[in-house]
Ligand binder design. Sequence first.
Ligand SMILES: C[C@H](O)[C@@H](O)[C@@H](O)C(=O)CO
Ligand SMILES: [Mn+2]
Length: 595
Amino acid sequence: MSSENRYYGQLPKIGIRPAIDGRRKGVRESLEETTMNMATNVAAFLSENLRHYNGEPVECVIADTCIGGVAEATQTAEKFAREGVGVSLTVTPCWCYGSETMDMDPAIPKAVWGFNGTNRPGAVYLAAVLAAHNQKGIPAFGIYGEDVQDIGDPTIPDDVQEKILRFTKAGLAVAMMKGKSYLSMGSVSMGIAGSMVNEDFFQDYLGMRNEYIDMTEYVRRLNEEIYDKDEFNKALKWVKENCKEGPDNNGEGAKRTREQLDQDWEVSVKMTLIARDLMVGNPKLGELGYEEEAFGHNAIAAGFQGQRQWTDHFPNGDFMEAILNSSFDWNGIRAPYMVATENDSLNGVTMLFGHLLTNAAQLFADVRTYWSPDAVKRVTGHTLSGKAEQGIIHLINSGPAALDGAGEQTKDGKPVMKPFWEVTDEEVNKSLDATLWRPASTEYFRGGGWSSDFLTKGNMPVTIARINLIKGLGPVLQIAEGYTVDVPEEVHEKLDNRTDPTWPTTWFVPNTTGEGAFRDVYTVMNSWGANHCAMSYGHIGADLITLASMLRIPVNMHNVSDEKLFRPSTWGMFGTKDPEGADYRACQNFGPLYR
Ligand SMILES: C[C@H](O)[C@@H](O)[C@@H](O)C(=O)CO
Ligand SMILES: [Mn+2]
């Protein structure tokens, strides 16, 4: 792991609440050990299976005693507050007193695992406490294993494990965002609505702050050399040795001179240091006499406007965005930073969701073109087949696609995008080898720059997602699980050359269902709510849905099967036949988490 200076404050912990039947002289005593064991088992399971974005194992805090009534509930709440608990999980094998033992903090995501046993029945408590949560308007997730277990059985059944992990991962994402910043570097890019940063959304739905800098801050830091010069020299050397230049696609007369190109490299590298320092600070700046700058903006995500006021004059942000979003740089392998291009804050937040749920790098892309089988045939003579047979979607954008997106990391021989601590040096080298850095198209980017160009390997299970803001309704989330696909090289070349071939391409095919927005590939494209999407490795639609429900963001389209939907129990009270409609009603009823 590399040395880095990122510190967002204390990492949120998971609080485990063993609830118990408070009756002494027999009942409570007979259950104490079993109940506390349930808590310690769950804590061990979570710490073994969950890690934070920086690779640290997730810490659990267990209540000092079992919770038999309101006094112990309060002591536990106090302990959790002291310890920085951000997610609450109540576990119990027995009947307990619903409203007397429940966790009442409305801002902390919460779940109850009611052991499916018969002796001292857990499920009646689960039902009773969920009824109290529903009646009091403090949504909680209910976890009830499908198969009866014997009292004292320490195993956590698979179905329970899946739900506990889905809940805690999403809950930790909620807790991790809270109090952090989105740093807007510049303002609105080319009229893109996502870069009109909406403070109410960040504050009310995510519990986040908005920080802003004008892009002139980059000019100041460039001109006054407000960055770590040793690191700059190291970075530039690394770039010279590892970043392969690709062909210049600009016409004669539009090409930048070699001198300009070299200068563009230097500015691009400095911009990368500057953006990172702006986001998370850098103690080195303090040593240079810039104590204020050394702090940074506590930004867990950021966006760079770039186009056009910056890029019409200075090198574009492609290198900066691509490297920050990747799981490595000249300092080694490290957690990616979430940086949205065009300051599309809504895509930045979607990337943040994906990152906090998977700990892996994310791809930011334009959802640029739907290529129907007929159109591909007409243009290339090729008949699309296999997963691509219904057509393909061209995800492509300048810069911000993480180099992890080349698909050069593997697991069991298959391309994947992994959390940084699983990434190897060899995989870093392969990703760098698979990426060409191409002189930016000067038609678009008058100030030059270097664009990353790679082609994502096929057959990766991926999920694309996007938050959109709807006036009168608020945010909505759209999700499409699918696969990256390979197309024959000459077909890719032909299609890529019709747009900007200096940018990274991912050919994406959503899983279609024949219904609604997922009728076919074309309809998915046609239903996309904006020009961008964020792509995560893996089929994480169910995790995103759970997270969205915690934040009260309704999901307007997804292709996750019904049995994987996991939302607070009260969602079912808004209707069970049509979970999508119920989601809208529940989100509207409860309103944003922090308002
Ligand atoms: C160069 C162009 O302006 C692109 O940056 C543009 O097509 C977009 O990416 C729009 O999101
Ligand atoms: Mn774009």
